[in-house]
Ligand binder design. Structure first.
Ligand SMILES: Cc1cc2nc3c(=O)[nH]c(=O)nc-3n(C[C@H](O)[C@H](O)[C@H](O)COP(=O)(O)OP(=O)(O)OC[C@H]3O[C@@H](n4cnc5c(N)ncnc54)[C@H](O)[C@@H]3O)c2cc1C
Ligand code: SF4
Ligand code: SF4
Ligand code: SF4
Length: 613
């Protein structure tokens, strides 16, 4: 049968030579095209609501058919770029790779295949949800579920199990091996979406690429361009960048924070030092005094020194580091890592004068007279209490009184801390978890067992602490009483604490989003423990300011408000400030402030301007 058909086929074709040709008007083809077959790869559609402008489609296109186009009408938000892919159908081979790799599944290929024009430049399109002609066509080719082009799963970070970690202050997380770091780095599509989200706008794709190339020296160079505390941030940064990572849309974000740590921990000492020391220039003329050796002060000091200025940091505590040294526990941020970062600050010539409290050991006025500029980075380093009955009991402790002792204990400066066998921690933020998890360790070391309860206004979903803290705390044995407002520290007949009484919390904020908790007073909870630790926030100490200057700073809720974006105090041009006293709330914002201020101070002092004789 088949053979007979093949034999006559050429003869049948001859009949068309004598048939009258048919022409179909272009408009008809456009308006009534024959339907394309299933999975036919026609023109693209791109759902702009989903597309984040990462450009991964453009990177993979083998024919360079995709160009990312910046669109003014789009908002420039965290987690996306105001760009969309434009496709040149003169180049596109309809291979579908762009669809397969799209990080958000926004890009598809439809059954639309007709576009008629005599102008070759008219084949360049910016596909939207309804394709290239704003006509809704059925999707024909969507991402292939089987052959995933992205590596969507994170490589695990090795850490200690709860039983191994809860009776010591040893660092929990171990760090990536070379193989794992390179594998994790290779997941990055180098889109740079994360960079904008980082308060210090770190060169994230660039340093990740240097890991992939196994060129850690180059990685260190990228890190120090915007962050002089990379060892610290590689451990405890709030890593907002990871929430924006393009890969997080369909899978797990790249472990940006751990990769940073890998560079710092694994670059050979000589190479590291070579890069950091090479950054110092001889340019700047002038002297800058910095008050406070927390992240903001250290960052300002580092960048000013690299510009050639003389920098002296005055720090009240015996060691530099601020909260990084005296707040965050060692199991999250060990001393050796902080020491390493700070050693390079000192190696480039920043002088840190510890045990020197401004306002007591030296006056601000004296700094003003001896230096061209003063930078304030005094932080929210003080404890904040809770005003409920019996909160002044001797066994009620405040977070920022307790945590510095914990750090001193962990580094062997003090031999014992007076912890009881049972304790109640009040608070639901990360600091409360630092307190509770430190208490677990101290009790385990002292008594071989622990009894720590954590009471917070928020329920599990509302808890401001990181989910990781909640889960790891639970593994270590913290018992939670959430959605409960503490009302009174309860005492027994002998005047000793026996627990905290709380009411069920119905809501925390009122209609105007003001803090105004409401309780069900009939639903009473009794949380037992013989010590109470209050962790509901920290406070600043401005006792080093005179009244006149304090007024000029416009301090509102502890923060300086009369200050420009460049961190220069309005109307007091020799004074700059940053860190928690300006914005906070974390280390990387402090670092960003310090860098911003250093650039502004450089501008202020440039070419001997405003320099004291
Ligand atoms: C317990 C705790 C845990 C935290 N965990 C994290 C975390 O995991 N990740 C994160 O990113 N952020 C964390 N934060 C927030 C972060 O630590 C702060 O945002 C950051 O340290 C603020 O930096 P800073 O430079 O403004 O001040 P600080 O770090 O507070 O440092 C201020 C320094 O100034 C000194 N000082 C103050 N007054 C004077 C004076 N008159 N004279 C001389 N020196 C003075 C202080 O002694 C201190 O060393 C945590 C905060 C706390 C309290
Ligand atoms: S289908 Fe292939 S050739 Fe066409 S734009 Fe996408 S990746 Fe490029
Ligand atoms: S890969 Fe997807 S999300 Fe990224 S720009 Fe291209 S279409 Fe948009
Ligand atoms: S880490 Fe994520 S967001 Fe950043 S460049 Fe890589 S893939 Fe893009």
């Amino acid at each position: 049968m088949g053979n007979k058909k093949n034999f006559f086929a050429p003869i049948k074709a001859w009949k068309y030579l004598v048939k009258k040709p048919i022409s179909i008007p272009m408009e008809d083809i456009f308006e009534n095209p024959r339907e394309a077959a299933d999975r036919y790869r026609g023109f693209h559609a791109n759902d702009w609501e989903k597309c984040i402008g990462c450009g991964t489609c453009s990177e993979i296109c083998p024919t360079n058919a995709i160009v990312m186009q910046e669109r003014e009408e789009l908002p420039d938000e965290d987690g996306s770029k105001p760009e969309k892919p434009a496709i040149d159908y003169g180049r596109c081979t309809f291979c579908g790779l762009c669809v397969d790799i799209c990080t958000t599944n926004s890009l598809t290929m439809t059954k639309e295949y007709v576009h008629i024009s005599k102008d070759v430049d008219d084949f360049y399109f910016l596909p939207k949800e309804n394709g290239i002609h704003d006509i809704k066509y059925e999707n024909a080719y969507v991402r292939d579920e089987v052959s995933e082009l992205l590596d969507l799963k994170r490589y695990d970070m090795v850490g200690l199990e709860a039983d191994e970690r809860k009776d010591s202050f040893i660092e929990i997380v171990k760090g990536f091996s070379k193989e794992t770091a390179i594998a994790e780095a290779s997941r990055c599509v180098e889109c740079g979406i994360c960079t904008k989200t980082c308060p210090a706008t770190m060169n994230i794709p660039e340093y990740i690429l240097s890991i992939w190339k196994d060129d850690l020296e180059e990685g260190v160079d990228w890190l120090y361009k915007t962050n002089p505390l990379p060892g610290v941030c590689g451990r405890i940064c709030t890593h907002k960048c990871e929430t924006a990572c393009a890969l997080g849309n369909r899978g797990e974000a790249v472990s940006i924070r751990w990769l940073k740590r890998y560079i710092v921990d694994n670059t050979p000492e000589e190479d590291y030092e070579k890069v950091v020391l090479a950054n110092v220039s001889k340019g700047g003329e002038g002297k800058v005094a910095i008050v406070g050796a927390g992240p903001a002060g250290i960052s300002a000091g580092y960048y000013l020194r690299t510009m050639g200025y003389e920098v002296d940091i005055f720090e009240a505590m015996p060691l530099a580091g601020g909260v990084m040294r005296y707040g965050i526990p060692q199991y999250r941020l060990p001393d050796y890592s902080l020491d390493k970062d700070i050693s390079f600050i000192e190696k480039i010539g920043v002088k840190i004068h510890t045990n020197t409290q401004v306002g007591k050991d030296i006056q601000l006025e004296e700094l003003h007279s001896k230096y061209d500029v003063v930078f304030l980075g005094t932080g929210f380093f003080g404890a904040r209490g809770l005003n409920i009955p019996n909160s002044d009991h001797k066994d009620v402790h405040l977070a920022m009184d307790f945590l510095p002792q914990v750090r001193d204990f962990a580094r062997g400066v003090i031999k014992d801390i007076d912890v009881h066998k049972s304790a109640v921690v009040i608070g639901g933020g990360n600091v409360a978890f630092d307190v509770a998890r430190s208490l677990i360790r101290l009790q385990e070391i002292k008594y071989g067992k622990s009894d720590v309860k954590l009471i917070a206004l928020e329920n599990e979903e509302q808890l401001p602490a990181d989910r990781e803290e909640y889960e790891e705390g639970m593994e270590e044995g913290i018992k939670y009483q959430l959605g409960c407002g503490p009302q009174e520290v309860m005492l027994d007949d002998k005047g000793n604490i026996k627990g905290v009484k709380g009411f069920k919390c119905l809501s925390i904020f009122d209609g105007q989003h003001r803090f105004n908790p409401q309780f069900d007073t009939s639903d009473v909870k009794m949380v037992e423990g013989t010590q109470v630790y209050v962790s509901i926030g920290q406070s600043p100490d401005y006792s080093y300011l005179d009244k006149e200057l304090e007024e000029k700073l416009g301090i509102t809720r502890g923060k300086i408000t009369k200050i420009g974006k460049n961190r220069q105090v309005e109307g007091v041009d020799w004074l700059f400030a940053g860190g928690d006293i300006v914005q906070g709330p974390d280390v990387i914002h402090g670092i960003a402030d310090g860098h911003e201020a250093a650039k502004a101070i450089d501008e202020y002092l440039m070419n001997g301007k405003n320099k004291k004789k």
